[in-house]
Ligand binder design. Structure first.
Ligand code: ZN
Length: 119
């Protein structure tokens, strides 16, 4: 496996996620966009805040997974499943570069099939 290319890909992803999380939380604090005096406008802003909160949350979660993958890469355990110790399928790593479980373990531990293809 070309670990250097994987590492570059993970680092790039980490930067994107950090930026996304930072931007979402800055918007949530209304740094550039104070809450409106108009009630209807406030409702819209709060709905937007819910969306931003979800974006920030999912970015943080993925960020942790990416950082975990970088640590495993540094430790030489990148392709080892944390569940069973077998190698994770290469095509699975290509699709989800920060995964830490093989397909079997991932399906056993969570409802992978119940979730959307895009996350
Ligand atoms: Zn496994």
């Amino acid at each position: 496996m070309d670990t250097d290319a994987v590492r570059q890909r993970l680092l790039k992803r980490r930067e994107e996620l950090r930026q996304r999380a930072t931007e979402a939380s800055a918007d949530l604090r209304h740094e550039a966009d104070p809450l409106s005096a108009d009630f209807a406008e406030q409702v819209t802003q709060r709905e937007n805040d819910d969306v931003l909160g979800a974006i920030s949350q999912s970015a943080q979660t993925e960020l942790q997974q990416v950082e975990g993958a970088l640590r495993r890469l540094a430790a030489g355990r990148y392709a080892s499943c944390v569940g069973c110790g077998e190698d994770i399928e290469p095509e699975r790593l290509a699709a989800v570069p920060y995964t830490d479980r093989c397909r079997t373990c991932a399906e056993a531990s969570q409802d992978v099939r119940g979730r959307g293809a895009r996350g």
